[in-house]
Design a protein around this ligand. Sequence first.
Ligand code: PAF
Length: 289
Amino acid sequence: MERVKEISRVRELVGAAREDGGRIGFVPTMGYLHEGHLSLVRILKERTDFVVMSIFVNKLQFNDLNDFDSYPKDIQRDMELAEKAGVDLLFLPDDSEMYSNNLTVVDVHEITENLCGAHRPGHFQGVFTVVSKLFNIVQPDVAVFGQKDIQQVSGIKKMVTDLNFPIEIKVAPIVREKDGLAMSSRNKHLSSEERNNALALNRSLHRAKKMLMSGERDSSIIIEAMKEEISSVTHGDMDYISVVSFPDLKDVDRIDGDSVIALAVYFGDTRLIDNMLIEFTGDSLNCII
Ligand code: PAF
């Protein structure tokens, strides 16, 4: 595995891999790798010939600078995990390599108006700007993102279409701990009590699934039941529990077509997100948690 800090070197190495006829796969990350990131690498290993991973904690997407300062880092461990997973090129730019007096930002409207977009001003603009830059640097054929950040994926898909990036975007399932907690670099910040309480996220999604499977379609009734589940372990600090259409992410009163139930809740100072994708085939539905 090559480790590279310079954009020009990434271009050389990716160019050489492409000249050999290889398809380029790309996983952008902010590091502190876990099984969720490694599952994305595995998806690309099956579909492409040369896998690039970036690790860059992108200040532009942090609306809260304390969150940026405390974002977990362990670059040594990350390098070992990336190499073991079969990453061919690890791009580790520093801030000055990525941003020098940037005056350009990328925004995707509408899709970013609710869910996390309503609670983290500027966050998605930071994400889409850095992802556009990384796409232009790496020029992959395929890039993969996790379902857990469903609003990020929806926005990136729309951005790729609108801005004509010749890149296939793959969406990977949420990877969970054995007890159901969705994997996240932020889980490291949870005390053992908070971690235990955070299992209510997954429980609330399963409760929603059960209701859907027994025919309930009213969003507000499902949201109420989920709120009850969450408030049994934490007082307040629910950023949102929402039912939205997929992929355009508009609030829906009734679940009659492809939708997402998404939630963001604080456990102590740690904000966790989770979601369930609901896919309809005719009248039957499939819930992907
Ligand atoms: O999902 C993430 O880790 C980040 O938002 C991303 C896509 C690497 C952009 O910084």
